[in-house]
Design a protein around this ligand. Structure first.
Ligand code: SAM
Ligand code: SF4
Length: 338
């Protein structure tokens, strides 16, 4: 890793916080824009998107990833958004990031993936997570406010065919909306060789409408899955947020990400970069470090590295979603990078 182009010829020094957590995973949001309007994420009219001049360009993203990999020991980079496939020239950017050495993955709503999967794989993308909350076209149109489910199915199939596997399918179950489909979604994934993951909804929607009583908990997901499948616990691998279960007698694995009811902050190894170059040490952080200002102000790599380390050093022990003092971050999930 330390021989990545542009890095110093010394081993990276781990990116440590004061609780001893080593940070090796970087989430990079490539845009805050999206072509869907998922009801648990943003309002029908969309948001005030970042002006293009405020968004990091490819050279700026690559420089920050080079510092992250070469100096800070970042080993995996997940590209997200908003919808990262909306970023122009994405295969080229993926190629430049992959050339620096980290494992590169992508979280997407799958629209446009059918067209780009082969180019992305060729550029060095290793895996994709595709969001899909329902298998029913009308329900998909209600949840996402767009009639695009066939594009997502095509994107999933193309990703698998291109070797972007294991393809993970992310669903956010919401009470009264799609929680009755939990077993069907899992069966669909098992049948197609995808890895299903259910994510507890979090108070990170742009409208501030999150309601704990509408969140389907990990315990409920497991209860519903238990009606259809015989599940054997696999546990949690390393610092991965998903707790996993194997469907007995098969290779199929189903995961549950219980960010709210079973937080996994103690093992967190993630740091996040927004599309406008703000570093966040937590999804729920209320403060950011302005790396874009450093980049555009002519800071050298030492200075950017120091700002990065200072941000991670200031990371708290965990989020406070379950406490009375919880303060929502200023930005929604789509602008932070989910
Ligand atoms: N547009 C891409 C997508 O949907 O996969 C990437 C960005 S999206 C913000 C990343 C993930 O966050 C998706 O799996 C989405 O379902 C999830 N997400 C969005 N809003 C959420 C919320 N309020 N609570 C939990 N997960 C959420
Ligand atoms: Fe777009 Fe992803 Fe948010 Fe849905 S969850 S509106 S696809 S950013």
């Amino acid at each position: 890793m330390n021989t990545a182009p542009g890095s110093m010829n010394t081993a990276p020094r781990p990116l440590l916080d004061r609780f001893g957590r080593v940070h090796t995973d970087l989430r990079v949001s490539l845009t805050d824009r999206c072509n869907l309007r998922c009801t648990y994420c943003m309002p029908a009219e969309g948001l005030d998107w970042l002006p293009r001049a405020q968004t990091l360009d490819d050279d700026e993203v690559v420089r920050l990833v080079r510092i992250a990999v070469g100096r800070l020991g970042i080993a995996s980079v997940r590209l997200t958004g908003g919808e990262p496939l909306l970023r122009r020239g994405l295969p080229d950017l993926v190629g430049r990031i992959a050339a620096l050495g980290p494992e590169v993955s992508l979280t997407t709503n799958g629209i446009g993936l059918a067209r780009t999967a082969v180019a992305l794989r060729a550029a060095g993308l290793e895996r994709v997570n595709v969001s899909l909350d329902t298998l029913r076209p009308e329900r998909f149109a209600r949840i996402t406010r767009r009639d695009r489910i066939e594009d997502v199915f095509a994107g999933l199939a193309a990703a698998r065919a291109a070797g972007l596997g294991p393809v993970k399918v992310n669903a956010v179950p919401v009470r009264g909306v799609n929680e009755d489909e939990i077993p069907e979604l899992a069966a669909f994934a098992v049948e197609h060789g995808y890895r299903m993951r259910f994510i507890e909804s979090m108070p990170l929607d742009a409208q501030g409408a999150w309601d704990r009583s509408a969140m389907v908990t990990a315990a409920e997901v497991l209860e519903r899955l238990g009606e259809r499948f015989d599940l054997v616990p696999v546990g949690r691998r390393g610092n991965a947020p998903a707790e996993e279960w194997r469907v007995a007698g098969t290779d199929a694995v189903i995961g549950v990400i219980a960010s709210v009811t079973r937080p996994f902050c103690g093992g967190c190894d993630r740091v996040r970069l927004t599309a406008d170059g703000q570093l966040r040490n937590c999804l729920f952080a209320t403060e950011e470090s302005d790396l874009r200002a450093l980049l555009r102000g002519g800071a050298d790599d030492d200075r950017i590295e120091a700002a990065w380390r200072a941000s991670v050093a200031g990371k708290g022990p965990g989020h406070a979603v379950n406490s009375a003092d919880f303060v929502r971050p200023d930005r929604p999930m789509s602008a932070i990078g989910g």
